[in-house]
Design a protein around this ligand. Structure first.
Ligand SMILES: *[C@@H]1O[C@H](CO)[C@@H](O)[C@H](O)[C@H]1NC(C)=O
Ligand SMILES: *[C@@H]1O[C@H](CO)[C@@H](O)[C@H](O)[C@H]1NC(C)=O
Ligand SMILES: *[C@@H]1O[C@H](CO)[C@@H](O)[C@H](O)[C@H]1NC(C)=O
Ligand SMILES: *[C@@H]1O[C@H](CO)[C@@H](O)[C@H](O)[C@H]1NC(C)=O
Ligand SMILES: *[C@@H]1O[C@H](CO)[C@@H](O)[C@H](O)[C@H]1NC(C)=O
Ligand SMILES: *[C@@H]1O[C@H](CO)[C@@H](O)[C@H](O)[C@H]1NC(C)=O
Length: 469
């Protein structure tokens, strides 16, 4: 019985195999090769990413294995890329347009179950039409009068071969007869090179730079040119702008004026100099010392760079701007001028600098600060200069510290510390000195008065008696 079933199965299998063998003798219908619709086939740039689509005819059974290859050696053992598809009839082949890839392509497929092969698609010519533009940068990205800078031209990506970069400049403002850019020099890039630079010292005048790139690709020269880069010495003033405001202040987010724009600074987690930068910002603005500074985690798109300050500079413009490797947002800085010292008082007694209290008396200190900065802070109460009680606080709300008997004598004050900072704090408030003074009890006072009265009386009597005798 079992043997019989096996025999039937075997013959069915053999039949299917035979049918498939017959089927595979003739070629399956050819696929179609085309550009992905998002590729403009007449504007393909060297080293850009392109995508070709191979489309399998509708009547072909799945799954199939699709191959892309060069038309010049079209055979079923050459394949540059391949994909297997169980249902999709359109398959994309993506690659970077290197010089070697400028050729004609075909695609074909293999029916995986039957081992049947398709005819080749018609061939598709892929031609490099041009180059991406070279890029020009200033290092540092903005600078004051008198420093040195570099105008740098770079290929759009690394890996360009047979490439020459030519640099030109022209002085601004443009004078009659001097409209054209003047040739400065060229650099033939060696393998591994990707740029050419012009060094300028003692920046004084404004120049425009432009860079031309020429690449030999498959026997012909392609050219492109950069946008114009303007190198202008500037004042580069800094300012702090509070959130939801557009005017400068002694606290807020740090911006630098470059040309006519206020551009945010940015910071790098490797160049750890935010404390120094904050110090120079408060100094440049005449806003006193730093009370707090914080690096924002998100970088905005139009950042200018990181000032590489040592902390001794008078102005941010004196700190060379570093523009690479900056992945954090600008600084939020609070300078001391935006946060005056808090005020200390005693409940029901006011802010007198001296207070006498009794041994069993308890007191409540009130400390309050007023600031436009909406920033979480702590009020710290001190006794003889020692931090004794800390409480989180907000501008305009008095915080209390109650002491019950026996209140230690000494000098009491308070100050404000920024939340999350152990370093930065305001000056201390006014000082209130507490002394313990216990008035003598009423009985003792009366006794004292009586004793004194009798003493005086005896003295008088003695005197009178002494004279009369
Ligand atoms: C394709 O590129 C050519 C040459 O740059 C251009 O003239 C044409 O408008 C582009 N076509 C589309 C659809 O973008
Ligand atoms: C198929 O193409 C490859 C190159 O991709 C070549 O090496 C091979 O000889 C070719 N085979 C035949 C049979 O033409
Ligand atoms: C493109 O050219 C590179 C060599 O420069 C080659 O390795 C790659 O297979 C080619 N890709 C295509 C799709 O031709
Ligand atoms: C394969 O396609 C070519 C045209 O691309 C055609 O001339 C040829 O007859 C086809 N061969 C078969 C076996 O279908
Ligand atoms: C660079 O030029 C040389 C000779 O001119 C040529 O042999 C080589 O293939 C070229 N390289 C590229 C990537 O075009
Ligand atoms: C920052 O300046 C110091 C000198 O003050 C220098 O040693 C360092 O390399 C500079 N850092 C960067 C990233 O330019």
């Amino acid at each position: 019985m079992k043997l019989h079933t096996l025999a039937v199965l075997w013959s069915v299998c053999w039949c299917m195999f035979a049918v498939q063998r017959v089927e595979s003798k003739e070629l399956l219908p050819a696929p179609t090769l085309s550009f992905n619709p998002r590729v403009n086939q007449s504007a393909i740039l060297l080293y850009s990413d392109i995508s070709l689509q191979c489309t399998i005819p509708n009547n072909v059974r799945m799954p199939v294995e699709i191959h892309l290859t060069h038309a010049e050696n079209a055979n079923y053992s050459s394949s540059i890329q391949s994909r297997t598809t169980w249902s999709l009839r359109v398959v994309d082949f993506e690659f970077q347009m290197k010089p070697d890839n400028e050729t004609a392509f075909i695609c074909w497929y293999r029916h995986i179950r039957s081992e049947g092969w398709s005819n080749f698609s018609a061939s598709l010519n892929v031609i490099i039409a041009g180059l991406s533009d070279p890029l020009m940068f200033l290092i540092p990205p903005a600078f004051p009068v008198g420093v040195k800078y570099i105008a740098q031209c770079e290929t759009p990506t690394k890996g360009y071969e047979n490439t020459t970069l030519k640099l030109y400049d022209r002085l601004l403002p443009i004078r009659p007869g001097k409209e054209a850019f003047e040739y400065i020099g060229l650099r033939v890039l060696l393998p591994g090179d990707w740029g050419a630079s012009v060094y300028r010292t003692n920046a004084g005048e404004t120049y425009e730079f432009i860079c031309e790139m020429e690449v030999f690709v498959n026997g012909r020269a392609l050219r492109s040119r950069s946008k114009i880069l303007t190198a202008m010495p500037e004042e580069l003033p800094v300012r702090l702008i509070p959130q939801n405001s557009d005017s400068g202040s002694c606290y807020g987010y740090a911006f630098l004026r470059v040309r006519d724009d206020w551009r945010p600074l940015c910071f790098s987690s490797t160049l750890q100099n935010t404390a120094e930068v904050a110090k120079v910002i408060c100094r440049e603005l005449g806003c006193g010392s730093v009370l707090d500074h914080k690096m924002l985690s998100t970088k905005s798109p139009d950042t200018i760079g990181t000032p590489n300050c040592t902390g001794n500079e008078k102005k941010i413009a004196e700190c060379p701007l570093v523009s690479y490797d900056c992945n954090q947002g600008t600084l939020s800085v609070i300078c001391s001028a935006s946060l005056s010292p808090p005020k200390l008082s005693l409940s029901e007694r006011g802010a007198d600098s001296l207070a006498y209290i009794r041994t069993e008396e308890s007191v409540t200190f009130r400390c309050i600060f007023e600031s436009p900065v909406d920033h979480s802070a702590y009020i710290v109460f001190t006794h003889n200069g020692v931090e004794s009680y800390t409480i989180s606080a907000r501008s305009g709300y008095a915080e209390r510290w109650s002491l019950s008997e026996t209140v230690p004598e000494g000098e009491y004050a308070c100050f404000v510390r920024m939340q999350g900072s152990t370093v930065y704090r305001t000056e201390r408030s006014n000082v209130i000195s507490i002394y313990i003074y216990d008035p003598p009890p009423a009985g003792a006072v009366a006794g004292g008065v009586i004793t004194t009265f009798f003493g005086v009386l005896i003295l008088i009597l003695l005197c009178v008696y002494g004279r009369s005798s």
